[in-house]
Design a protein around this ligand. Structure first.
Ligand SMILES: NC(=O)C1=CN([C@@H]2O[C@H](COP(=O)(O)OP(=O)(O)OC[C@H]3O[C@@H](n4cnc5c(N)ncnc54)[C@H](OP(=O)(O)O)[C@@H]3O)[C@@H](O)[C@H]2O)C=CC1
Ligand SMILES: Nc1nc(=O)c2c([nH]1)NC[C@@H]1CN(c3ccc(C(=O)N[C@@H](CCC(=O)O)C(=O)O)cc3)C=[N+]21
Length: 293
């Protein structure tokens, strides 16, 4: 192991501390930040994240409620619930846990959430604001990655940052944060996906490599430039009978190989994941502030 470990738990802790102080200050003005989390169905990984979110809210003094719906809920019923949350002043933030069952149109739901309450940063208005570098809500996972880089004073200026994966929730917003013309960004950014030819040739030119492909241990040591900074977003459950849960979590990067070549790397778990939740808390407090101006 040569690489420095980028400890997302430490960064998340420092973010949570400052959120906690902000919540206390808001309460003195009689503003009580609130988050509504909507969970459809019984996906075990989703349940874990939703529970973590509730627990973190509690620790920081943020009011939160989880609305659990059966997996066969109709679009109409879900729309009605969103409309109600949109108008409920107790909730400044609304998060609908993804992925949704097949009968539901995620895009319709995302459009329906008021942009002012869209603490996930998925609404087209917030996506547009991100690209234009305007004030708005930014998706928690890539925003958390930017925070990790800032915390460890890893400069992006003039560097080649390569993102693997082009999802709306990670890859696309990540790319758009990296190249912005501003302090703590200013990278030259490239995005790869399943149609990319000779991906290794591209990842090997990355000074900062961010992997969000959803394929366990997909990035091997030979795909990494010596001294690169590697951010592993992957959160894959792989069967492992030797553990008491019957599975273990693994990233999209082959950690043992990568940590011999990279200069710094995020672990899974304990890397990007805790930051996603911390940034959700940041966005919820920001929403409460906005809505009380
Ligand atoms: N730590 C955290 O907080 C979070 C972790 N995650 C995790 O991150 C990972 C990615 O999530 P998400 O972005 O939602 O995933 P998606 O499945 O929505 O997207 C995966 C992307 O990776 C690309 N991809 C998949 N396989 C390959 C391959 N072999 N070569 C090149 N590109 C490939 C796909 O390309 P194409 O578009 O061509 O299909 C797609 O753009 C998952 O493991 C997820 O669990 C996600 C969100 C938050
Ligand atoms: N609308 C919506 N917003 C999301 O932000 C969203 C979503 N849907 N769907 C699923 C993904 C995934 N995601 C994670 C959150 C926390 C951890 C996390 O806390 N991970 C811990 C480990 C957790 C464990 O032990 O399973 C860690 O990496 O250390 C991971 C992943 C949010 N997502």
């Amino acid at each position: 192991m040569k690489a420095m470990l980028l400890n997302g738990k430490d960064v998340a802790k420092s973010v949570r501390e400052s959120v906690k102080h902000e919540v206390e200050a808001l309460k003195k003005e009689n503003i009580y930040p609130g988050l509504a989390v909507v969970l459809v169905g019984e996906d075990p990984a989703s349940k874990v994240y939703v529970r973590n979110k509730g627990r973190t809210c509690e620790k920081l003094g943020i009011f939160s409620e989880t609305i659990t719906l059966p997996k066969d809920v109709s679009q109409k019923e879900l729309n009605t619930i969103i409309d109600k949350l949109n108008h409920d002043p107790k909730f400044h933030g609304i998060l609908v846990q993804m992925p949704l069952p097949r009968q539901l149109d995620a895009s319709e739901i995302i459009h329906r959430i008021r942009p002012e309450k869209d603490v996930d940063g998925f609404h087209p208005e917030n996506v547009g604001r991100l690209i234009l570098d305007e004030e708005g809500f930014q998706p928690c996972t890539p925003a958390g990655i930017m925070e990790i880089l800032r915390y460890y004073k890893i400069s992006l200026e003039g560097k080649h940052a390569v993102v693997v994966g082009r999802s709306n929730i990670v890859g696309k917003p990540m790319l758009n944060m990296l190249y912005q013309k501003k302090k703590d960004a200013n990278a030259t950014a490239t995005i790869c996906h399943t149609r990319t030819q000779d991906m290794g040739a591209i990842t090997r030119t990355a000074d900062v490599l961010i992997v969000a492909a959803g394929v366990p241990e997909f990035v091997t040591g030979d795909m990494i430039k010596p001294g690169a900074v590697v951010i592993d977003v992957g959160m894959n459950r792989v069967d492992d009978p030797s553990t008491d849960k019957g599975y273990r979590l693994t990233g999209d990067v082959k950690f043992d190989e990568a940590s011999e070549i990279a200069s710094a790397i995020t672990p899974v778990p304990g890397g990007v994941g805790p930051m996603t939740i911390a940034m959700l808390m940041v966005n919820t407090v920001k929403a409460a502030k906005f809505q009380n101006r």
